[in-house]
Design a protein around this ligand. Sequence first.
Ligand code: ME8
Length: 484
Amino acid sequence: MTTPIYYVNDVPHLGHASTTVLADIFARWHRLLGEEVFFLTGTDEHGEKIQKAAAKAEKEPKEFVDSIVDNFKKVWERLRISNDYFIRTTDEQHIEAVKKFIPLLFSKDDIYKGEYEGWYCTPDETFVLESQLVGGKCPSCGRDVVKIKEEAYFFRLSKYQDKLLEMYNANPLFLEPAYSNEIINRVKSGLKDLDISRTTVTWAIPFPSDEKHFVYVWIDALTNYITALGWPGSEQFKKFWPADVHIMGKEINWFHSVIWPAMLMSAGIELPKRIFVHGWWTVEGQKMSKSIGNVVSPIAISDKYSSDALRYFIAREMSPGIDSDFSEAKLIERINNELVADLGNLVYRVLTIAEKYPGKIEGSAELEKELDLEPVKAAMEKLDARGALEHIWRFIKAANKYVNDKAIWKLEGAELSNALYNLLEAMRIISILIEPYMPDASAEISKQIGTKQGKLADCKFGKFEGKINKSSYLFKKVDVKKGA
Ligand code: ME8
């Protein structure tokens, strides 16, 4: 499972955080299933954009990227991202592997020398055709493009048009359904060979066998997915490749759904199984951008509320095919109405009574009929984190309803023991099910009910074997007038 490797020209924002959190949710879910997971993230450190950012900061490129990369690592730590590896494209091992990858494409006669004359979008590191320009600007980001004319090596992408269409046809799960027509139509309309080297951008991997040229940053970047596993020849590569899923935002779908599989076909390497693409975040209806000054900082949000609250919000709001909108008011609403009112209160109310109950906690599993794991599993299988969360929430709501229907505060003796048994077992199961989404709240529930953190196989009612250790609220209610 992979995220994009992010450009190290700035600090990560909500957009980067959301992709990485989604990937983390899926990685944690698969670990809960008892599977071994290799979850990869990292940074894209070469290219013109970084070269320019370094110059602006009056630093050498390597010194510049070294000073930025920790921003990413810190944010991932703060957001409890459980990546197994962090690749930097300036890692020696990656550079050496890219130098071995390109000759494979040469050996298939898939690379030739020519000249590129056309437009280039530096912020997106993309070659843009004249016909693609929108009002003279980049069709993807709307920013200025520059004209370039230079000798270049080309990859015969055009050769892979039919092979790609056949592959999409044979693997209906490969493309993200929400964007698949767009990709297929564009591929059908014809593929142009891709410029894969630059002579004017020197902050890049030297192009093998021609010292005038440097590897185009996207070729360098895409290859990270295999070099991070130690390709070629490593045991880890044999074990974990092909990737089950590459996760990303919609603007880089083309690179992953078209260029990357064509490169792998040429190199004779197995293709990833699935490209999962999500929409973009806007902020209160506007594009998130530095110039508007509305860039959402995942660290600031986590510090003000909690990283769990941010993770929960991301999972509840995002889905493929549609853009999501961030507003602090909406986040607060979800914190107060869902995290505090549904989950936090359940734990607090039940533990307040449970800690005073002196007897043995036992009973018959009445709440188990409200627990249906099948739709949760089915949603996760489809990478529908939001759908799975909705099903988990149904169980949380059912537990709350049980508290009210039974009026547990009025119960005594065996009836109280039975109700507590049901609710504490439900909480133990909830703590497992929410772990991929909110690892801190999950650990806190386990701690407060005194049970070990389980796997998905433990999500069934058994004997309650915990020991109550109640402490503070899981989530703090936000005073809407005062903020957090
Ligand atoms: O494209 N909404 O890196 P990048 C949602 N280095 N997601 C967003 C977003 C938004 N407003 N803004 C960014 C690159 N993202 C290349 C990738 S991969 C081999 C190379 C997320 O730093 C989203 O996942 O520009 C998007 O695809 C990614 O950040 C782009 O990050």
